[in-house]
Ligand binder design. Structure first.
Ligand code: BV8
Length: 236
């Protein structure tokens, strides 16, 4: 099983949430932006922040870490990749067996009914205009919001159950590019460890998981993952 966080997309030029000085959260408090109450109080501010992120992501391409993980899945067909990221770069790299724990920023839904809203309603001709979120076609008071899990919102129960099942079943658990603080994602590693999985962490910085890991690689994911996969593809 592989769990990834924002650090895997850092080498695609997408700012992480913590852990470096130009990260998104260093300029904002998570609760200013990624919560339902923030959206209800300041829809234009929250919507514009997401449109700014969408513009970044639309120009981003998968990096060596994403591509190596797609190759790893070819070598190990039983692999499940669980990501906290909402940028869609694992799919773009070719990963098939993917669980998006926190949704996907390139989808929008009605903030009242949670029904999906077609991209043509909120990103006309592929642009991501900032400003007021478009009205929802599903509810007279509905607005378009990103289809991601905000702080204080429950994860989709089926999605979470699939990720838990993978944690309880895996022999090796890779934690890559995550600060291992956001719950319930962070608990998946401890569940895996409790059932005896070997824990491998790839992160230039220490995290709360580091003391539990059997193997630590303090390297950028884009540097070390291709080497690991190369070794698996061509064991010496
Ligand atoms: C819920 C989508 C309940 C939005 C995100 C227990 C204790 C305390 C708090 C809580 C708790 N349980 C729940 C909470 C509250 C909260 C939480 O966990 N808070 C944290 C801050 C403590 N959790 C929730 O609210 C969750 N919901 O529990 O609901 C509930 C139940 C029933 C009914 C109602 C409610 C929902 C959490 C989901 C929030 N949404 N994203 C968006 O993206 O806008 S989370 C957000 O953080 C992103 O998804 C991000 O991926 C995620 C985690 O961060 P990381 O991925 O780890 O990224 P980060 O920047 O932190 O770290 C990057 C790492 O990469 C760094 O360590 C860095 O060193 C490393 N790195 C950098 N470069 C590289 C690298 N590594 C490798 N290579 C590199 N090149």
């Amino acid at each position: 099983m592989v769990m990834t966080g924002a650090g895997v997309s850092a080498e695609s030029g997408i700012a992480t949430f913590r852990g470096d000085d130009d990260s998104i959260w260093s300029r904002f408090s998570p609760h200013e932006l990624a919560t339902e109450s923030a959206f209800v109080q300041h829809p234009e501010r929250v919507w514009s922040w997401y449109q700014w992120r969408r513009r970044q992501i639309a120009q981003a391409t998968p990096n060596a870490a994403h591509l190596a993980l797609a190759r790893l899945e070819q070598c190990v067909p039983s692999m499940t990749l669980v990501t906290q990221n909402v940028d869609g770069l694992h799919q773009a790299a070719g990963t098939q067996n993917l669980i998006e724990l926190h949704g996907n920023i390139m989808r929008s839904k009605c903030h009242m009914t949670h029904k999906p809203i077609d991209p043509s309603d909120w990103c006309p001709d592929g642009q991501y205009p900032e400003g007021k979120p478009p009205a929802s076609p599903h509810h007279p008071k509905g607005l378009a919001r990103p289809d991601v899990v905000w702080f204080g919102e429950a994860l989709d129960s089926i999605t979470l159950d699939r990720a838990v099942a993978s944690s309880l079943d895996c022999e090796v658990f890779f934690s890559i590019g995550t600060s291992a603080v956001v719950e319930p994602a962070a608990s998946l590693a401890t569940m895996a460890r409790q059932q005896g999985a070997c824990i491998v962490e790839i992160n230039p910085q220490h995290t709360p998981l580091s003391m539990l890991a059997d193997y630590l690689f303090h390297n950028p994911a884009g540097q070390i993952l291709p080497l690991l996969v190369e070794h698996l593809e061509h064991p010496h």
